[in-house]
Write a protein that binds this ligand. Structure first.
Ligand code: HSE
Length: 392
């Protein structure tokens, strides 16, 4: 029998306990032995939980229990989660996580330690919720050079944009619903300002380009300034607005996060609510697309438990880091990126000394294709409130 401990009994921790319990038979068949959920670590009390008997508050119990094979880290953040992860690995336990902040920031510290201790550090649930994307990139597409990767990577933002557009909800109301449904981060600023998407595209690009991408260096725009008028303008022109993380290969890969106008002819147009989708363009396979539920307790726990199964099944095999963490990459910019842009100004701009006098309180338009430097210059010239790429 294999023994597992969960750290953090929030949305994903609870979902993981549910998947391990409800699907225990099929999981045992796939591993060849049963999995026992021995402990759940949390500083809070859950007296009414069906898992109350497993709750503990002291990490040292997990650390010092030689029966624990796998620790599932669902604490989030990069503080206690980092400390417990490093201590669990030092104690010879595999660690599985949904924590994209920790993977994006601390991979250079965690990966080599896991290799040295020959334990697994697995993070399928950190990007795309339940969608298999980490294993496809590290294994199934390993024979390819990856040219481009692009995706809707934040369920909260996609839910908000869909609800604002289709149900005419205000931003705040849609965000509250996303929080209630368990999609949003503890601090939803990370979702709506694109920071969560930046961490996820950093992880994907680190795998694709085999360098450690510094997520804080990624140019990042979120959705908090998008209004119903922007969505209505997009809809009239047969576009949807979607927050995308993008990575384009090269000596200095262009990696960025921004809302985009996505045309109705693009499959990402139909990706609604908390669903995520990721496009990968490789030299041998060509283009492939991954789609599924990108947030929520059971979808994310589905990916967590798949990693638990792998950690147990592959316990005796030698381990390898998912990317070269010694080779760090700070994003240099988007020098080769050219696009049309949607631009909205809150007041009528003055262009080259010409003051526009009519057209209401604001103005929105789509530019010709231009570079990032050109749109930045235009944006400042016309006092743009918001601008975003328009995809062909
Ligand atoms: N807050 C995240 C999202 C959770 O909305 O996508 C899944 O990573």
């Amino acid at each position: 029998m294999a023994n597992v401990a969960i750290m953090g009994f929030g949305t994903i921790g609870f979902g993981t306990a549910e998947v391990l319990t409800k699907n225990s038979d099929i999981i045992a068949k796939r591993i060849g032995e049963p999995v026992n959920l021995k402990y759940i670590l949390d500083i809070r009390d859950f007296p009414d939980s069906p898992y109350a008997s497993k709750l503990i508050k002291d990490f040292a119990i997990i650390e010092n229990d030689p029966e624990i094979d796998v620790v599932v880290e669902c604490i989030g953040g990069t503080g206690v989660s980092r400390d417990f992860t490093l201590r669990a690995i030092k104690a010879g336990k595999s660690v599985v996580t949904s924590n994209k902040a920790l993977v994006a920031k601390c991979a250079p510290e965690i990966f080599p330690l896991a290799v040295e201790k020959n334990v697994s550090y697995l993070f399928e649930a950190s990007v795309g919720g339940g969608i298999p994307i980490i294993h496809p990139l590290t294994q199934c597409l390993a024979a390819n050079n990856i040219n481009d990767i692009m995706g809707i990577l934040n369920g909260t933002c996609n839910y908000i944009l869909t609800q604002m557009s289709q149900k005419d909800l205000d931003f705040d109301v849609a965000l509250k619903q996303a929080q209630k449904l368990g999609y949003a981060e503890a601090d939803p600023t990370d979702d709506v300002e694109g920071i969560d998407t930046a961490r996820k595209i950093a992880i994907l690009c680190s795998i694709c380009f085999n360098r450690h991408v510094i997520s804080e260096s990624i140019p990042c725009k979120g959705i908090s300034k998008i209004t119903k008028d922007d969505l209505a303008f997009a809809s009239c022109e047969n576009y949807a607005i979607r927050l995308l993380g993008r990575g384009v290969s090269g000596e200095n890969p262009a990696i960025f996060v921004s809302p985009h106008f996505v045309p109705s002819t693009n499959p990402l147009y139909g990706v609604n609510d908390a669903f995520n989708s990721i496009f990968v363009d490789c030299d041998m396979l060509g283009t492939s697309m991954f789609y599924g539920k990108g947030a929520g307790d059971l979808p994310t726990a589905s990916a967590v438990v798949s990693d638990v199964i792998e950690a147990i099944v592959k316990k005796a095999l030698p381990k390898k880091a998912a990317w070269d963490t010694q080779n760090t990459y700070s994003v240099k910019g988007q020098s080769d990126f050219v696009s049309r842009y949607y631009v909205r100004c809150s007041s009528l701009p003055t262009i080259d000394g010409i003051k526009l006098l009519s057209g209401g309180n604001g103005i929105a338009f789509i530019t010709l294709p231009m570079s990032v430097e050109e749109i930045e210059a235009l944006s400042s010239k016309v006092n743009a409130e918001i601008y975003m790429p328009v995809m062909d």
